[in-house]
Write a protein that binds this ligand. Sequence first.
Ligand code: SF4
Length: 490
Amino acid sequence: MNSLISKSAFMKAEQCLKHFYLYKKHPNLRDKLSKETQFVFKRGTDIGIFAQQLFPNGVDVTKDEKWNHELFAQRTLQLIANGAETIYEATFIYDDLLVMVDILHKQNEQWYAYEVKSSLKITETYIKDACFQYFVIKNALPNLADFSLLTLNPKYVLQGEINVQELFKTTSILKDAIKNVPYFKYKVQQAKLTLEQNKIPNIKIGTHCFHPYDCDFLGLCWKNIYDSTSIFSIGKLSKAAILEFYQNNILHVEDIDITTISKEDIKIQVKAVKENEEQCQIEKIAPYISLVKEPYCSLDIEVWMPGLPFYQNTRPFQQIPFLFSMNYEEDGIQKQYSFIKPIEEDNRKHFLEQILEATKPFKSILMFDKTLENGVLNQLVELFPEYQEEVNELKQKIVDLEEPIRKNYFYHPEMKGNFTLKSLAPLVNKEDGFNKLQIQSGVVAMYEYESLLQKNSIEQEALKQQLIDYCEMDALITYQLFHYYKNKIT
Ligand code: SF4
């Protein structure tokens, strides 16, 4: 029912009343949810369902029902009246405010509410969310004794079956919730008034558009503001600093007085846009090129970070390497090689052996930002110290092609303030291969890998190929970036 104010809606009012109003009255104007966000939501739901095992044999009020909040709320009250002890997705409506809580459990005639977060840490936003839930539930269910957040325990190590008691950490937010009751009373009135006024609040864009999350209506409010020459295309500059330009009516990069900029990483971007020309300090890039010895290859590794530890002796969100791809040249022909680890088995030792064997013939290994790959190799060698020497040899061969960009030796206006490998793709990969891929980010690759567990063998093969295509494209672009740099020297 549209007149109810859910927790999600209320939190939008906390960010910006215009966000709240648009969300309630014009939901069709929202930006499309990215694949990444959809996967994050799904992970949250999966971990929430798993946490139900902490309080087994409960009743899920949403199960087998059409999505109807009023019905869920009625069902919750009915279950409470009938003596239920554990309720999942317990739903409450009070004063037109609607909240659902993952788990509601009765102990000694008092109720305890638990909200599950698929995270290792508690943030200010989680606490605020939970305080609002407490505010509504306490009014609808006076013998609510406590409200807690359940987060994943970073120290938990899987040994045998998952021990659900040890996997989750419980943190009460009761003190904060009680303290914030007057605040919510005031804020709820303000939100309701905004809806009653029946017109879109006149709120200007600002840093609030990105805090605590990117607003759902950036596409609407920021339309015509973001283009390749606008000040919003400057990367590595805080949103506050960019908005200061904006408020001083400096809307385009060409309006910026370059002499006022002291930071090199900003100066190089402004110069590139003003001159519409790439900035390249070739004498500083040359030493990287001369490090590369033939034969060489490029290498990219993808990792999976399951919230619920999947393999023995792993922790929540531990990085598990599952795929690597290489690009190299043999007899004048471009070749690629990939290895993907079956998800069903841990087999990280075999994965390490495959990388070591595949890279052994090469004297140099090109990477774009070796941070992740180095971390993965360190982790693997910790597990399998017998490979220490070979891993050291591999690491010594790495030439990181991202370093010249990080050190401001190279920037192209087409990068539009973005410093990722993807931003370089249009420059070095003329076939525009990246945009033809089904999977276009490491985060999506990670979730798609996890989804292999739910696929049949035919679907698995198709998806594995998409994952390989993505990783091979990263390796290819890294390889092509090397040649792009090299062509400038020769
Ligand atoms: S983009 Fe900014 S101003 Fe517009 S609704 Fe969202 S938060 Fe408010």
